[in-house]
Design a binder for this molecule. Structure first.
Ligand code: RIB
Ligand code: CA
Length: 311
């Protein structure tokens, strides 16, 4: 089966770390062109350091990691230290790495690698943080749009937020970037809170990971135990939503999910509606496939099997 070319843009971040683990476990299906970082869950320095350590820890030393935007297009960085901890990975100490960024000018590097693909090939962009880099890429190099198959993003919600009652964090952090990305009209799969709050692991499954002798399972268990504690206000009792992992599992196991076609606009005000994603199924061309259902037992089985395969 043909591999899917992907580029991951992330702000690790605990659930970003699990998404990277899913990708690392799926290289028979995914050709990972590169990983770029964006300030979001933590500062650019911290998320970039985390991405380098995670790439090495997960056996992806061959995958280039580049530093993207140091902050949103217009607004200030407001790291979510209360959710992902001071380091961005909870209280998990990953081994140090000698891996360096392949570029400190992420979007130029992203553009070059995408344009180097064979003429008949395209890339699927997988953003799991604020959409700053994606917006900059599309605006700086409009010609790259012809090489993008689709965007599978974690962000938004058709019914209320997590960082505020109105908005999901990735969109709230950089609403202008999100508006630019949705307005570009590229085929987009929106893995928003509608589906991600139903997609995670329960306490017992996390405790089992923590007891594992396998290093990747143990590290993810430790991060998720921290995340379960700091996100109790979100979603379902006794389950930690692993938001970003939905993007990768949608690519490897699309049968786990279902949704509906919508068009999406973003509230870019500065008040309490900031970052709300307005999702409508009216007559306009609906370029966004919004996921809202998941087969949870199957999602959990696939996620745990992929973690098991890495250690
Ligand atoms: O709202 C969840 C999203 O915000 C996830 O991507 C998480 O990592 C944070 O960035
Ligand atoms: Ca993220």
């Amino acid at each position: 089966m043909e591999k899917i070319n992907i580029w991951i843009d992330c702000d690790p971040g605990i659930d970003d770390a699990v998404a990277l683990a899913m990708a690392a476990a799926s290289r028979d299906r995914l050709h990972i062109l590169g990983i770029s970082t964006v300030a979001g869950n933590q500062t650019s320095d911290r998320v970039t350091g985390n991405a380098l350590k995670l790439a090495s820890f997960l056996g992806m030393d061959d995958v280039p990691v580049v530093r993207g935007a140091r902050g949103p297009l217009v607004r200030e960085v407001e790291p979510a230290g209360d959710i992902h901890g001071a380091t961005g990975l909870g209280n998990c100490e990953l081994p140090a790495t000698t891996k360096q960024t392949a570029s400190e000018s992420g979007i130029f590097y992203m553009y070059s690698r995408i344009m180097e693909l064979p003429e008949e090939e395209k890339v699927t962009l997988v953003p799991t943080g604020p959409l700053t880099n994606i917006a900059l890429l599309l605006r700086t190099f409009p010609q790259v749009q012809a090489r993008i198959e689709k965007i599978v993003l974690m962000g938004g919600s058709s019914s209320g937020g997590n960082v505020t009652p109105a908005a999901e964090f990735n969109i709230w952090a950089d609403p202008e970037a999100a508006q630019m990305v949705f307005a570009a009209g590229l085929p987009t799969v929106m893995c928003g809170l509608d589906v991600t709050l139903k997609s995670g692991l329960n306490n017992g499954q996390i405790e089992e990971l923590c007891r594992s002798r396998r290093k990747v399972e143990q590290a993810c268990g430790q991060m998720l135990a921290f995340y379960l504690d700091t996100t109790r206000h979100e979603g379902e009792e006794n389950m930690v939503a692993i938001h970003d992992a939905v993007t990768i599992l949608y690519l490897t196991n699309p049968e786990l999910f279902s949704g509906r076609n919508v068009s999406v606009s973003v509230d870019c005000s500065w008040g309490e509606e900031r970052g709300r994603t307005i999702c409508t199924a009216d007559g306009q061309e609906q370029k966004v496939y919004l996921l809202d259902q998941v087969n949870l037992p199957e999602f959990q089985w696939v996620l745990l099997a992929k973690l098991r395969s890495l250690s």
